[in-house]
Write a protein that binds this ligand. Structure first.
Ligand code: SF4
Length: 203
């Protein structure tokens, strides 16, 4: 991946910090997930963005390609972005953990703790105004809540001065195809438009 292009327009010092962080993640062996990975999945998109999406963990295709959200769920997410007028190149996408958990299980607390500094550093360097948590895992991890995703999706939270909205994970939408009023797909369509509008206001 051409990370130099993704950091275009970024001050040299920040660019260097980003490259250093990338190097640390790519060689990281801080938790057992390093043992089963093919590639580390650092993130994808623009560093000079105000909008960041955070998912749970890489899946099989992400692990193969080293890019987040490229499998079936990622393709659906990209289509949702396109329908809302959001170009993936203009935003940043990453996960709570950067290596694939075996069998796509939910990462353990220990694994998320081991990886936490990387996500924090990414967010600190990007300095977004809006973060979207995709699904229960990043929502619980970032907002420290036990509320179910279906209760708090679409709501805005303040986290360290950043507006945070939980949304359904696209893999959940793949399992729920209905587009009827009140369905997860219809609600996600409402949510993504609100996220887009908040992001455009902050640019
Ligand atoms: S998941 Fe995170 S902490 Fe664990 S090995 Fe991968 S990069 Fe390191």
């Amino acid at each position: 991946m051409d990370h130099a292009n993704l950091t275009k327009g970024i001050p040299e010092k920040k660019h260097q910090a980003w490259e250093k962080l990338l190097g640390a993640v790519e060689t990281c062996r801080k938790c057992p997930l390093c043992q089963g990975r093919t590639r580390v999945v650092f993130g994808d998109g623009a560093m000079n963005t105000r909008l960041v999406f955070v998912g749970e963990a890489p899946g099989a295709e992400e692990d193969e390609q080293g890019i987040p959200f490229v499998g079936k769920a990622g393709q659906l997410l990209t289509r949702i972005f396109e329908a809302a007028g959001i170009d993936r190149k203009d935003i940043y996408i990453t996960n709570v953990v950067k290596c694939r958990p075996p069998g796509n299980r939910v990462p353990s607390i220990e694994e998320m703790l081991a990886c936490e500094d990387f996500l924090r550093s990414q967010i600190a360097l990007i300095n977004p105004s809006v973060i979207v948590c995709l699904g229960a895992t990043p929502t619980k991890w970032i907002l420290k809540t036990n509320e179910s995703i279906s209760r708090i999706r679409g709501k805005w939270f303040d986290w360290k001065g950043i507006k945070v909205m939980p949304m359904f994970h696209p893999s959940f939408l793949l399992r729920n195809q209905s587009k009827k009023k009140g369905s997860p797909r219809e609600l996600t369509w409402i949510d993504i438009q609100e996220v887009r509008d908040r992001w455009l206001e902050s640019r």
